[in-house]
Design a protein around this ligand. Sequence first.
Ligand code: UDP
Length: 395
Amino acid sequence: MTSQAQRFLEGLPVLAAPPPYALLIVGCGLYGATFARLAADAGLRPLVIDQRQHIGGNCYTEEREKIHVHAYGAHIFHTSNRHVWEFVNRFAEFNNYINSPKALSGGKLYSLPFNMNTFHELWQVRTPAEARATIEAQRYLGDPTNLEEQALSLVGRDIYETLIHHYTRKQWGKDPSELPAFIIKRLPLRFTYDNNYFNDRWQGIPIGGYTRLFQNMLEGIEVRLGIDYLADRSALDGLARCVVFTGCIDAFFNHEEGHLEYRSLAFEHDVIASENHQGNAVINYCDPEPAYTRTIEHKHFDPVGSRSEVTVVTREYPQPCRDGAIPYYPVNSDANQAIHRRYRERAEALPHVIFGGRLSEYRYMDMHVVVEAAMNRARSVLAALTSGDPRRRSP
Ligand code: UDP
């Protein structure tokens, strides 16, 4: 056994009675479900609990009008990590959907991400050299310290004002000058006529929806829904010596170091008597009005499978995360990062609790990053739990 595994095992609490499960996994989103699957594959017995009444976390899809509706916003899987891609493909076949959103600004539609199509639509330039020269003439030349400066540095003022400024204000409820630069670096910038929103090697949507992918991932694993871990912690902690916690880390510590800021979303779903309403899965709204940032026409995520004669369109409204709203995005300002560091220090004193996923790590992670993080963490934790003295082995 490695010394790291030894230390981990020694840090596990000794319970009054032998626990029925090896791991208690709090949250049935992508991190929790991946961890649970790998634990079960390693011969351990996990219990997964979730406060919601369904599996899948925010990836959850539900069927309406024969269409798989992304109930908590668009989820497009993409990755360049072969292990991650092979892992998710164990549980679903993926279609060949490529995300190519359109952005509406000033009554005109533009291509995303920022590429030669966008530059042609904005400035009528045709060559990469012309596009580069146009951007160069209006770029911010300093060292970017926030999202606004980063965007101006990457693409110049025209694109910033047309496609970034107001969208970002609506999305985050803050001026771009108050936001961290890394957020805008998520978007590709390329000088080819290529509207693929992602640069990754593999991309697609699970055929049959994400919920079915989760059902397959959790096959043979006990899942209890409608259970609020934080409301009944002492009883639930007796079920396993090791906890994987994927909820908000500040809530885990009763907000004792302060409240972390999250951004939430509200959705309005409409069934529309049209076979094809907007002609694309995703349209972004880059003006101050309307208040929503995106409309999603779900059937276009599955152009072959969705044969419904009607369509389901969802408007997505960013909003503050208060009054029990669901947290979606960590707001990684300097002040929030400082609070999070204090929670991280406290988490280190609890080696038997694994904090993972977007809310627990307080990190803006895409789905493939979540799966990868869970795979990496599970590898070391599960190796420790299955090694050593067989009498100390977990159930
Ligand atoms: N963004 C923008 N205009 C757009 C799309 C994105 O300004 O039309 C900016 C905005 O700040 C957003 C960030 O880019 O928060 C990341 O966008 P992405 O589409 O990756 O966000 P997600 O899908 O995770 O909500």
